[in-house]
Design a binder for this molecule. Sequence first.
Ligand code: ATP
Length: 367
Amino acid sequence: MKVVLQNLTKIFPSRDKKAGKEVVAVNDFTFEIPDGQLVGLLGPSGCGKSTTLYMISGLQKPTSGKIFFGDDDVTELSTENRGIGLVFQNYALYPHMTVMQNVLFPLQNLTGKDKLSKQEMLDRAYEAARLVQIDELMDRKPSELSGGQQQRVAIARALVKMPRVLLLDEPLSNLDARLRLQTREEIRRIQKETGITTVFVTHDQEEAMSISDVIVVMKAGVVQQIGEPQKVYDDPKNLFVAKFLGTPPINVLEGAVKGGKVYIGEEAVMEVNGVEDQDVYIGIRPEGIEPNANGALECKLNNVEVMGRDASVVATHEASLNPVIRAIINSDIKVDTTAETIKFNIKPHKFFMFNKETEERVYFEVK
Ligand code: ATP
């Protein structure tokens, strides 16, 4: 089921009429989520991702704009009638009910043509439970389950009604690091197996990138970029997106383009075609610089952190906006840690420029 968001806008009125301003939580969001895909809504706290999800779910009404599930305009439909499954950060299971009763619950209130026989309900509940691998735990109470297991129950409960669209709001936030990793892989598997169009909200870029077919990066209610995770990482439209994706974060330095050369401080680090003279921010991915005696970028060397397969060369530069510059290199590469300075080669495809005023990408050809 494709989901279409058409000029979706949500404005919250100010609470304090004197001092407060209204909040534009989501601003003119248009996007078609293809059938069967997992879309990650991603951005810092307050960027409007939960509000977008709540509008898709019907928990909040858009101020303007429309929402379609397939060809059905669902903008005015109530949450119950949209055919969605919702999973929240806090699992919100009924504590006095067993896992089985929790999973069965959404089916018990179905009426009319949707009403199911007892056997049909049990079959559906077991099918959902098997999918999320909790079928051995059906007689337990939520308090007798781990956090990861509770979240699986919540997912089974969302799936049991065979939703047209699955909506997940920070479903992994309450889990510890290991369980997060395991559960996100589970969510991906379940989504692929069921083929349900899924929208997943998170502030964790790594989480979104690892499981999404498509990510939507938002900032202050405005969509910044939409695309396949790797494409967005490799081709960010603006400085915000470049900085938001990637760990360790992208190195950002002040620079300038003059006469076809890119300068960082006094050093010309690259020759480029097709760019007018201007002040820029330069973004270089940590995997985009490597130590080289003839490299164009000279930095002060702080230290080298070896992390098994990789090593992180930590350096500083006067033009850097980040406290340190990091290069991620293969740990087999030996770096003279007694040296005061280090020179780096820059890989052009990991090197981005952004106009200093607009922070929009400045595209160039390497000479
Ligand atoms: P988080 O990750 O912190 O949940 P988010 O990206 O999901 O953030 P939203 O919860 O969608 O952000 O909020 C977007 C903006 O709308 C924020 O500025 C928030 O303060 C505001 N907002 C959200 N809900 C309401 C509300 N019911 N009334 C007024 N303002 C609201």
